[in-house]
Write a protein that binds this ligand. Sequence first.
Ligand code: HEC
Length: 396
Amino acid sequence: MLGLITAAFAAQAASPTFYRDVLPLLQNHCQECHRPGEVAPMPFVTYEQVRPWAKAIRTAVSTGKMPPWFADPCCGKFENDRSLSAGEKETLMNWAASGAAAGDPRDAPPPRAWTERWNLPSRPDQILSMPKAFQVPAKGAVEYQYFIVPTGFKEDRWVKAAEVRPSERAVVHHAVVYIREPGSTWTRGPTKADILAIYSPGSAPDVSPSGMAKLVKAGSDLVIEIHYTPSGKAVADRTQVAMTFAPWPPIKRVLTLQMDNSTFRIPQGARDYRVTVWGTLPNDALLLGFFPHMHLRGKSFEYTRIRDDGQPETLLKVAPYDFYWQLSYRLAHPLPLKKGTRLEWIGTFDNSANNARNPDPTAEVRYGHQSWEEMMIGFFDVAVDPDVDKNAFFAR
Ligand code: HEC
C-alpha cells in the first residue's frame, strides 16, 4: 500500500501539469511582475502565454535568474522572500522537460485577485498623482526632480501600505516619496523628512507589519524625488502614489532611517573595494527591514549588528548586489534592538574591467547622484511608539 502511494506521488512529480502544479507557483512567485502592465515584458497568466516560455523558464529557474531575489541564504529570514524552494524549482523544471503539458483546467487554482493594477494587499484608500507630467528628454543626464503633491488630508492618516508607480517605468531610475509636514518649507535636496515609500525597478509595495503604520499628518505634502534616466525616446511621466490606511492609532509607528557613506573614493580598477558606515542606535527600536542602494559598481551589501554578547551578526547579505534589481528585504521576525546597539553596514564595489556594467574602469569614483558615480546607502525601517517622530527618536 505504502509503496503504491509513493509510486503515485513519484509519477505526479515526474510529469507536472500546468493547471495543477505550475500555475499555483506562477501566481505566487511570478505574476507580481509577469502580468499585463507590470515590469516583465511577457505575462504568465494563461497556458497559451506560458507555453512558449517553458524552456526559458527552465533555464531562468535553474540558474537562479528568476525570480529575482538576492539575499544570501546564510543570513536572515524574510517575509517577502519570493525565491522558490528546491521542490518548487524541480516542479517547474520537470514540467518544461516533460513536454509542458496543460493538464486539466479544472485543477487550476482560482485566479489571483490582483487589486486592479496595484500590487497593494488591498484596494487603495487614496491615490495621489504628480500635479502634471514631467517631460523626460530623449537623452542626456537629468538632475534629480522634486514634485510637491499636496495630500489634502484634513486629519492625520496612518498609512499601512504604499506603492509608487511611474507612468513611464523605463525612464524612472528610482523615486523616493518624502512626507513634508505642515510648516516645512523644504523643496529639494537633502532632508531629514520621513520617507513614505521608495520605488525602484522590481520593487514591491511598502507594507508595514500588522498593527504598524507610517504617519502622514493632516496638511502634509508628499515630495516625490525622481531620478529620470532618458531612454532614447522623449516621454512624459506622471508618477502616482497609492496607499491604504490603517485603523487609528496603530500600536507602533514605522520610520525609515538610513546610514550612508558619501566620502569614499574607489580607486580605478579596484576589484573588491570595501566601504563601511557604522553608528549606534539612539533609542530602543524594533528592526523591520532593509533597502540597500548602490550604483553600477555595487558588488555586495551587508547589514550587521553587534549582539549583546559582543559578537557581530549579519542580518542581511545581498550578494550579488544587482543595480537593476533594487529590492527591499522585510524581516520575517522583526528584531528588537536596544538603545546603543552598534550597527555597521558594509558595501563592496567592483571598479575593475571585470565588471561588465562598469561605465569606466579607469576612473576614480566618488559619491554622486548619477549612475556613473556611486552611492552607499543602507536604508532600514524601524518601529517605535506611535508618538515618537524622527526628531524624538534621534534625541539621545
Ligand atoms: C520582480 C519582478 C519579477 C518576478 C517576481 C519574476 N520575474 Fe521573470 N522577468 C522579470 C523581468 C523584468 C524580465 C525581463 C528582463 C530580464 O530578463 O531581466 C523577466 C524575464 C523572465 C524570463 C526571460 C529570461 C530570459 O533570459 O530571457 C523568464 C523565463 C522569466 N522571467 C521567468 C520567471 C519566472 C518563472 C518567475 C517566477 C518563478 C519570474 N520570472 C518572476 C521580472 C520578474
